[in-house]
Write a protein that binds this ligand. Structure first.
Ligand code: MN
Length: 261
């Protein structure tokens, strides 16, 4: 099995090493990752600057660093590392949750999305760490991945569908299993903080405190709160099909035609 491993935390991130080494027991792994942390870059891509790609000494695993974002890494990876194509794109392991609406900001998830666009089975893996400085427990993510590897590879995924997986950041013995659940809603509070710089001028810092709202039933948020691994199949097509007809009617558009497509 030919495996491309990437992340949004950069080539030196510990989670990348955990993921690549776990994957190496199942096939040939090539790592292509950003040369620095690129978290929360979403599905952006570099178009107006040259991408520079450099091989990196990474032990037994072939690796390259790219001065770009995760989407760039997948596309450059499919050009430089796996020009003949690959069978699996793995992204992570992110040392923080990618749950609910956060997936839209996530570079980790975006890399898996890009893999799916290229028609490759793709999985984003994150440790749901909620406290600053708390241990990410990457070893738990690896243990779970190894345990479920064959099932994950055999699972029937429709085209344009990829998996977003969040593992609670606890020891493996506390993991109660996994739940296949839809994504929930927002998980951050106090997203924008206003502060003063040394000259008294205000500035803003965006980030916020992740608040795990386990009260959203049957979601990835609840699953992780209950110490289950959440597995969420995501798809590229964001169309809200349920309102195609009613919206078309509201606008007086030729909705039935659009809805049939
Ligand atoms: Mn990250």
């Amino acid at each position: 099995m030919r495996i491309l491993v990437t992340n949004d935390d950069g080539i030196y991130a510990p989670g990348l090493r955990f993921l690549a080494e776990a994957a190496a027991s199942h096939g040939r792994v090539k790592v292509v990752a950003p040369d620095r942390e690129r978290s929360a870059c979403g599905h952006s891509m570099t178009m107006r600057d040259p991408l520079r790609v450099h091989p990196v000494a990474w032990g037994a695993i072939e690796a390259w660093e790219v001065n770009g974002v995760p989407v760039d890494c997948v596309n450059v990876g499919l050009t430089v590392a796996w020009p003949e194509g690959c069978d699996l794109v793995l992204s992570g392991i992110n040392p923080g949750p990618n749950l609910g609406y956060d997936v839209t900001y996530s570079g980790t998830v975006a890399a898996a999305m890009e893999g799916a666009i290229n028609g490759i089975r793709s999985i984003a893996l994150s440790m749901a760490v909620f406290a600053n400085g708390a241990p990410p427990h990457f070893e738990t993510g690896v243990a779970w991945l190894q345990d479920r590897w064959s099932a994950l590879m055999a699972a029937d995924l429709p085209p344009e569908t990829f998996l977003n997986i969040n593992v609670p950041a606890v020891t493996y013995d506390r993991i109660r299993g996994e739940r296949v659940v839809p994504m929930g809603g927002r998980i951050y509070e106090d997203r924008v903080e206003e502060r003063d710089d040394p000259w008294g001028r205000p500035y803003f810092w965006q980030g916020g405190v992740a608040v795990l709202d386990g009260a959203q039933p049957n979601t990835d948020l609840e699953g992780v709160t209950d110490e289950y691994v959440s597995v969420t199949p995501l798809m590229l097509n964001w169309t809200n099909r349920t309102i195609l007809r009613s919206l078309g009617a509201s606008l007086g558009a030729s909705a039935p035609l659009a809805a049939e497509r």
